[in-house]
Design a protein around this ligand. Structure first.
Ligand code: ADP
Ligand code: MG
Length: 339
């Protein structure tokens, strides 16, 4: 059902590198005031404002980061942009431009690259981002895609990973989708997908949380630390705690899980807490705020308070529903086998 349905095949060799670049970039419009020159010269030109500039890159390789038999190219293009926008949003910044570099083997026809760029374009339009350049080359095998995102933030608004302080509250946006973990159980025996539309949508077309920065501003909250959840909650808590030199306590019964995740976990006999802690790639944001912000966060449907920051020597602890403290591990938690 997820296969590329293109029947036409135009060879890339026929088109040549410049023909390909022209073809795939001609439908992109430039919208941002800060984009002075986009595609077409030796370098793009951006207007450097008084704000600070945020730059982030990801490289995705077929067979390592994605598998085209599970993911349509359009979704891959969309997701490759999301990964990077999410990193800009996790600094509390506004993403403005991207560059996209691809290496493609001749196994791909033009129509496949068009699909990839349709996903990139949809992401650019939805998130109001300019595509300002990139590079195009051939590969001997498979497809590689590298996206760089450029964003801006006021100096005082930038949020790093190292600012969490003892007693700060630990907050996550949205709920924790762990569908990938669920489907890892048996990739050869795909479940009836109709029950999982939301999960599949979240996995194939994840949305970066562009809105969180504004929501926090409205609430007059400046997080002390922030990170996006691309490798799983546990792993991200480790980054924040290590860099901030603190410990943490998170509560099993506070982890926000979507009902579809819970029922999928039941069906596949997975522990939903383990799944919540160790899954990844949903691009929700994890952040810490001073305890004085409790009233602004509490009861806000966009946020869940899942625990608090402790002293470094307390380590990272999960408090179970049975009120037991269990040390968190970077991948899930160590009691998962006897749970
Ligand atoms: P150069 O040889 O100077 O690096 P290229 O011929 O590679 O220039 O690229 C021409 C223009 O097209 C440049 O503006 C470049 O940034 C842009 N470009 C090249 N490949 C891509 C791509 N895959 N996606 C978006 N823009 C691209
Ligand atoms: Mg080039």
């Amino acid at each position: 059902m997820l296969e590329d349905k293109n029947t036409q095949n135009t060879s890339l060799a026929e088109l040549g590198e410049f023909g390909l670049i022209n073809h795939i970039t001609k439908y992109f419009k430039v919208e941002k005031a800060s984009t002075i020159k986009a595609i077409g010269d030796d370098a793009a030109v951006l207007d450097a404002s008084e704000k600070q500039t945020l730059v982030t890159t990801d490289l995705l390789i077929e067979g390592v980061h994605f598998d085209l038999s599970y993911m349509p190219l359009k979704h891959l293009g969309y997701k490759a942009v999301m990964v990077n926008l999410s990193d800009v949003y996790a600094m509390n910044g506004a993403a403005e431009q991207i560059t996209v570099s691809i290496a493609v083997s001749n196994r791909f026809p033009l129509e496949a690259i068009e699909e990839l760029y349709a996903g990139i374009q949809l992401a650019c339009e939805t998130y109001n981002i300019d595509l300002i350049g990139g590079d195009t080359t051939s590969s001997t095998k498979g497809i590689l895609i590298s996206v760089t995102a450029i964003g801006k933030a006021e100096k005082e608004d930038v949020v790093y990973r190292d600012g969490a302080k003892e007693t700060d509250l630990i907050v996550v946006s949205g709920d924790l989708e762990r569908e990938k973990q669920v489907f890892k159980v048996d990739p050869n025996n795909q479940p009836d997908l109709d029950n999982y539309t939301y999960l599949i949508e979240r996995q194939l077309k994840p949305e970066a949380r562009k809105d969180i920065s504004g929501l926090l501003k409205e609430l007059e909250i400046q997080p002390t630390s922030m990170i996006d959840i691309s490798d799983g909650l546990s792993s991200e808590l480790f980054h924040i705690c290590t860099q901030s030199k603190v410990g943490c306590k998170v509560y099993e019964d506070k982890l926000p899980l979507d009902p579809q995740v819970i029922s999928a976990c039941e069906e596949f006999e997975l522990d939903s807490t383990m799944v919540a802690l160790s899954g990844g790639e949903d691009y929700e944001l994890l952040f810490t705020v001073p305890i004085a912000n409790f009233d602004q966060i509490k009861g806000n449907p966009n946020f869940s308070i899942i625990g608090h920051i402790t002293a470094e020597n307390q380590g990272l602890q999960l408090v179970t529903r049975a009120n037991q403290d269990i040390p968190l591990k970077a991948q899930g938690w160590n009691a998962m086998n006897d749970h």
